[in-house]
Design a protein around this ligand. Sequence first.
Ligand code: HEC
Ligand code: HEC
Ligand code: HEC
Ligand code: HEC
Ligand code: HEC
Length: 422
Amino acid sequence: MTRSTIPWWKLAIPLAAAAVLGLLAVTGESGKDIAESESIRQFLHNHWQTPIPPQGDPPAGFSELEASLLPESCGSCHPQQYRDWRGSLHARAMGPGVLGQTVVMERSDPAGARLCWSCHAPLSEQQPVVLQASTAGEQLWVNNPDFDPLLQRHGLSCAACHVRGHRRFGPPRRAAPDETGAVDEGLPHGGFTAEPAFSRSEFCKECHQFGPDGYALNGKLIENTYQEWLESGYPAKGVECQSCHMPQRRHLWRGIHDPQMTRSGVTITVAETGGASSAGGQAEAVLTVTNSGTGHLFPTYLTPRLVISGRQLDSGGREIGDTMQQMVIGWEVTLDLRREIFDTRIPPGESVVFRYRKIKAPEAHQLLLRVRVEPDYFYERFFRALLEGDSAGEGRELIREAWENARSTPYTLFEERITLRY
Ligand code: HEC
Ligand code: HEC
Ligand code: HEC
Ligand code: HEC
Ligand code: HEC
C-alpha cells in the first residue's frame, strides 16, 4: 500500500465536498440521503487508515495536556467518557491475551502483529515496530521512534476514534445536530470537527465486520456483525449499534460479558408440558429463547456460547444422576477455525426451543432449568491449548493470565425450578 505524503485530513474536506456536490448535481433534491451516505463513507475511509498515521507535532499553542494522547489526559476534561470507557472492553483491548501473542509476533511475524493492532491498538504511537520499506517479497521493519508503551496498554483508546493529526473529530452536538464541520469558539484543543458518521453503525464496521474477502468458515464470515444488523429490522427503525451499545452517547459498549445487557437482548419463557403418572412418567418442559432485542445474531461471534440445561433435583435440592439434558446456542468450531461443528445462533426475531424430556426419577422433586453464558468459551479452550502445547514462548505468563481471566467470566443468565407434582 502506498500513502500520499499530503496528510489525508487536508484532502478529506475537499473530497467529501466534491462527492456531495457531484451527487447533488446528478440526483437533485432526493439525492440528499445518497450524498450524505457518500460523504460518511468517504470520511470513514479516510478516518480508518490503519495504522492511524502518526499525529505529528502538536499545533503551536497546545498545552501539554491538550497535546497528550493518553486517555487519562482526555479524562481530566471529559470525566464521564473516561470513567465509562475505562470499564469497557475497548479499554482492555490490549489485555494479556492479545499482548501475549503479539509480543512474540512483533518479531516473528510483524505483518501479522500489525493486523492484530489494526483493531486492538490502531494508533501508530501504540505500535513498537513500523514498516520502513517494502520491496518485492521483502519487508523492512524497524523500531518505531514514536512508540509509547503506556498508550499501547490502553488498547482502543480515545484518540484512536477521535484524534487525527491532533485534530478532534466527534458527533455533532446534541443541541445542534445539523451543525457539521469545524467548531472552534476558542475551545480547548482548537475545538473539533462535527461529523455525523460517529452516530452511525458504519463507524463500528471497520473492526466488527470482515470485508468480503475476509476469513470465512462454511461460507460464513467469522466477523459479520454489521451485515447481520443490516439484514435485521433495526436499520429501518433508525436503531444503530450506538443506540444499544452507547445509550445517550455513554461509552459503555456492554455486550455478552454483561449479564444485564445480555438479558436485555433475549426473552426466555418456560412452559411445563409434563403430566404423566409417577410410575414410569416423564418429566417434561419446554424452554424458549427468543432474540427479542439483539441487533444481530445472538450471539454474533463464534467465541461465546450459551448452555441450556435441565436436571432433576431431589427434595434436598441435590442433582439426580443421569437426568441431565443440555443444548448449546452458539457457533461451535474447531480451535484451528477450519471446521464448523454446528451453528445454532439465533437471528433477530427468531427463537430456539429446548425440550426437556426424561424419565422422572422416583425421588425427583423439582426440575431445574438453567441458561449459562460462557462469554469466552472459545478463548478459554484456545489459551489452554497454547499452554498445553507449550507454544506460547515468551508470552507464556501473559497467556496464563488471559486463560485465568477467560475462565472467570461465565454467569447464570436464567434459572427456574419447576416442582414436579405427580
Ligand atoms: C483542557 C480540556 C480538554 C482536554 C484535555 C480534552 N478536551 Fe476534548 N473538549 C473539551 C471541550 C471544552 C470541548 C467542547 C465541548 C462542547 O462545547 O461541546 C471538547 C470537545 C471534544 C470533542 C467533541 C465533542 C462533540 O460534541 O462531538 C471530542 C470528540 C473531544 N473533545 C475529544 C477529546 C479527546 C479524545 C481528548 C484527549 C486526546 C480530549 N478531548 C482532551 C475539553 C478538553
Ligand atoms: C478500531 C477497532 C474498533 C472499533 C472502531 C470499534 N470496536 Fe468494538 N471492539 C473492538 C475490539 C478489538 C474489541 C475486543 C476487545 C477485547 O476484549 O480485547 C471490541 C469489543 C466490543 C464490544 C464488547 C463485546 C463483548 O464481548 O462483550 C462491544 C459491545 C463493541 N466492541 C461494540 C462496538 C461499537 C458499538 C462500536 C462503534 C461505536 C465499536 N465497537 C467500534 C474493536 C473496535
Ligand atoms: C477486524 C478486527 C480484529 C482483528 C484484525 C483482530 N481482532 Fe482480536 N478481537 C476483535 C474483536 C471485535 C474481539 C471481541 C469479540 C470476540 O471476543 O471475538 C476480539 C477479541 C480478541 C481476543 C479475546 C479478548 C481478549 O482481549 O483477550 C483476543 C485474545 C484477540 N482478539 C486476539 C487477536 C489477535 C492475536 C489478533 C491478530 C492475529 C487479532 N485479535 C486480530 C477484533 C479483531
Ligand atoms: C470505539 C471508538 C471510541 C472510543 C474508544 C471513544 N469514543 Fe468518544 N465517541 C465515540 C462515538 C461513536 C461517539 C458518538 C456516539 C453517538 O453519536 O451516539 C462518541 C462521542 C464522544 C463525545 C461527545 C459526547 C456527547 O455527549 O456529545 C466525547 C466528548 C467523546 N466521545 C470523548 C471520548 C473520550 C474522552 C474517550 C476516551 C476516554 C472516548 N471518547 C473514547 C467513539 C469512541
Ligand atoms: C437492538 C440492540 C442492538 C443493536 C442494534 C446492536 N447490538 Fe450488539 N448486542 C446487543 C445485545 C443485547 C448484546 C448481548 C447479547 C449478545 O451477545 O448477542 C450484544 C452483543 C454484542 C457484541 C458481543 C459479542 C457477541 O458475540 O455477541 C458485540 C461485539 C456487538 N454486540 C457489536 C455490535 C455492533 C458492531 C452493532 C452494529 C453493527 C451492534 N452490536 C448492534 C444489542 C444490540
